[in-house]
Write a protein that binds this ligand. Structure first.
Ligand SMILES: *Cc1c(COP(=O)(O)O)cnc(C)c1O
Length: 388
């Protein structure tokens, strides 16, 4: 019964992106912090109303540079959303501080402001909220809490470009925001990220620190004279290449087109799944919109998720487990308990979600899901019947 496979993710990269790459080849500057990177930073600044935008090699690098530029270090605690790709907690570790895990709201998977509040202590310096799989967190409450307590607030918007919260775009929902251009996210070039901030000095520190501590070689080579930059700190090399920046610039112009298609796919899944027993679709509160990086199902307690995933994959349909309960990863065990996050980690399943899906693909995914769930339900009834 094999027809073509339907992958869980498929980046929408085409002719326009190829032309952008050709333009960089012709320019002779493929490395980072060149003209394309500068143009991308301007466009991000403009699109998201930031004082500073720094193009970086990944969102992981952006989170690291954000905490480093905020001055976080040993002895500090940073409260992080637990249900996520664990990059926020890793970033806290990179700077020698301690991540404190805040549980999430079961309906949205976004960090629970009440959990954050209960974890604020004398060593807390800030909070990293996550726009879970593209759904923004509760920034009104989080902003109030962090302001009242003199804490910083970082938005991990890795999955969220295209989403909104109370009319504002993801990427400008906190004073510092981190983006990802990884191939698995909504807009992509392969690998890449950016740091956005309302604080120009913080942005400048992050920029210098992300290029070995000396700033843009391209700019220095473009002035008349021979300025020799001085190394004052052991910076990192987290620059985004101009090849990548050129591709991301094209993708930025396509956000609404790619997002509209994903939203259509989500609506089609919602409609087709309404009468499927055994799984529940995602919840989107009315004050925000979803970027649909993933379409996350929650399977009922009596459904065997691993078997369901195996059935889908053997039918050529990609699926995944969604995000992680960070506090359950072996390197973070022993931290705060986050039962809602643990439950999501155990019971979530993501279906194919990208802008290249056709309505026939969506129909085929749901038909395969329905068939696999029916098979399981019949097996459970047979076992239950035999035991009695
Ligand atoms: C994917 C992801 C990251 C990491 O992004 P990279 O660009 O791959 O470093 C960070 N945070 C969240 C929430 C993510 O989903």
């Amino acid at each position: 019964m094999t027809t073509t496979a339907i992958p869980v993710v498929h980046a929408s990269l085409g002719e326009a992106e190829l032309e952008a790459v050709a333009r960089v080849f012709a320019s002779g500057w493929p490395a980072g912090q060149g003209p394309e990177g500068g143009a991308l930073e301007n466009e991000l600044r403009h699109a998201l109303g930031a004082a500073e935008a720094v193009a970086l090699s990944s969102c992981g690098a952006a989170l690291h540079m954000a905490l480093s530029a905020l001055g976080v270090g040993a002895g500090d605690e940073v409260i992080v959303a637990d249900y996520t790709f664990p990059a926020p907690a890793h970033a806290v570790r990179y700077v020698g501080a301690t991540p404190v895990f805040a549980d999430v709201l079961p309906e949205t998977g976004t960090v629970d402001p009440a959990a954050v509040e209960s974890l604020i202590g004398p060593r807390t310096v800030g909070v990293i909220a996550v726009d879970t799989l593209g759904l923004p967190a509760d920034y009104a409450e989080l902003g109030r809490l962090t302001d009242q307590n003199g804490l910083f607030l970082v938005e991990d918007a890795a999955c969220a470009l295209g989403a909104t919260y109370q009319g504002q775009p993801a990427g400008r929902l906190a004073p510092v925001a981190c983006l990802s251009f990884h191939g698995r996210k909504g807009i992509s070039y392969g690998e890449g990220g950016a740091l956005l901030t309302q604080d120009a000095d913080l942005g400048a520190r992050a920029r210098r620190r992300s290029s070995f501590g000396i700033g843009s070689i391209f700019e220095q080579s473009s002035v008349i004279g021979l300025p020799i930059p001085d190394f004052e700190e052991a910076g990192y090399n987290y620059k985004l290449s101009d090849i990548a920046a050129a591709i991301v610039r094209v993708q930025l112009t396509r956000i609404s087109e790619l997002h509209a298609r994903r939203a259509e796919v989500a609506r089609a899944y919602d409609a087709l799944l309404a009468d499927v027993d055994g799984v529940r679709g995602p919840t989107v509160p009315t004050d925000r919109t979803h970027a649909w990086q993933s379409y996350l199902l929650t399977v009922d307690d009596d459904v065997d998720r691993a078997e369901l995933a195996a059935d889908l994959r053997s039918a050529g349909i990609g699926c995944g487990h969604g995000a992680w309960a960070t506090h359950l990863q072996s390197m973070y065990r022993g931290g705060e308990a986050c039962p809602a996050s643990a439950e999501l980690f155990r019971r979530s399943l993501t279906l194919p979600m990208h802008a290249e899906l056709t309505s026939q693909d969506v129909t085929r995914v749901v038909a395969a899901l329905r068939e696999a769930l029916d098979t399981q339900a019949r097996a459970r009834r047979a076992v239950g019947g035999g035991a009695r």
